[in-house]
Ligand binder design. Structure first.
Ligand code: B4P
Length: 186
C-alpha cells in the first residue's frame, strides 16, 4: 500500500475530512498545515500572531513559516523510527513543492501518490459557508478560490509531469469518496 501521500484540491474539497479518516485507518501521520497553523493561532504564539491576519484574508502564510512546521514534524517522525504520512494542504505553491522535494531528498523519502480532489466551485462555496470557520465567509472564500487557481493549481501539472497525480471526483458521501481514494492506494 502507498503510504507517503499528498492531498491537493481547492478549499472545501474535503481534504481535511478524508485525510483524517484515511490516516486514522492506516496509521499514517496526518500533517495538515491548516490545522497546525490554527493551533498556533489559538495558543497565541508569535508564529500564530503572524499567521492569523493572513489566514483571515484567505491568503497564504509565508513559505518559510509553513516549511519550518513541516520540516519539524517529518524530522521528528523519522527520528522516532519513520512511517507513512499524509500531507494535507501542503504544498500550496510551486516554491513549497520544490522545498518539499529538497527536504524529502535529505530524509531519503519519496512521495508515492498525489490525490487531486476535484469539485465545482458552487458546491465548495456551499460546504464552506456551512462549516462556518472564521475564514469561511463568502468574500474570503472567493479570495481563497482565486489564490488556489493562481498559486496552487499549477501543482496539478507539476505532479502530473512527475507521474504521481491521480484525480478523484470529490462529490458524494464521505464514505463514497473515501472508497475512491482507497482504490488508488493499492
Ligand atoms: P486548510 O485548513 O487547508 O482548509 P481548506 O482547504 O479550506 O479545507 P479542506 O479542503 O481541508 O476541507 P474540509 O475537509 O475541512 O486551509 C486554511 C488556510 O490555512 C488557508 O487559506 C491558508 O491561509 C492557510 N494555509 C494552510 N496550509 C498552508 C500552506 N501550505 N501554505 C500557506 N498557507 C497555508 O471540508 C470543508 C467542509 O466540507 C467541512 O465542513 C466538511 O464537513 C464538509 N465536507 C467534507 N466532505 C464532505 C462531503 N463529502 N459532503 C458534504 N460535505 C463535506
Amino acid at each position: 500500500m502507498k503510504k507517503r501521500l499528498l492531498f491537493l484540491g481547492p478549499p472545501g474539497a474535503g481534504k481535511g475530512t478524508q485525510a483524517q479518516k484515511l490516516a486514522g485507518e492506516h496509521g499514517l501521520l496526518h500533517l495538515s498545515t491548516g490545522d497546525l497553523l490554527r493551533a498556533e493561532v489559538s495558543a497565541g504564539t508569535a508564529l500564530g500572531q503572524e499567521a492569523e491576519a493572513v489566514m483571515a484574508r484567505g491568503e497564504l502564510v509565508s513559505d518559510a513559516l509553513v516549511l519550518a512546521i513541516v520540516r519539524g514534524r517529518l524530522e521528528q517522525q523519522q527520528t522516532a523510527g519513520g512511517g507513512g504520512w499524509l500531507l494535507d494542504g501542503f504544498p500550496r505553491n510551486v516554491s513549497q513543492a520544490d522545498a518539499l522535494a529538497a527536504l524529502l531528498e535529505e530524509l531519503n523519502q519519496q512521495i508515492e501518490l498525489v490525490v487531486l480532489m476535484e469539485l465545482d466551485d458552487a458546491v465548495l462555496i456551499q460546504r464552506l459557508l456551512g462549516r462556518g470557520r472564521a475564514d469561511d465567509n463568502e468574500t474570503v472564500i472567493r479570495n481563497r478560490l482565486q489564490v488556489y487557481r493562481d498559486q496552487t493549481a499549477p501543482l496539478i501539472s507539476y505532479y502530473r509531469a512527475a507521474g504521481l497525480l491521480q484525480s478523484v471526483e470529490a462529490d458524494g458521501s464521505v464514505e463514497a469518496i473515501a472508497a475512491r481514494i482507497e482504490a488508488l492506494l493499492a
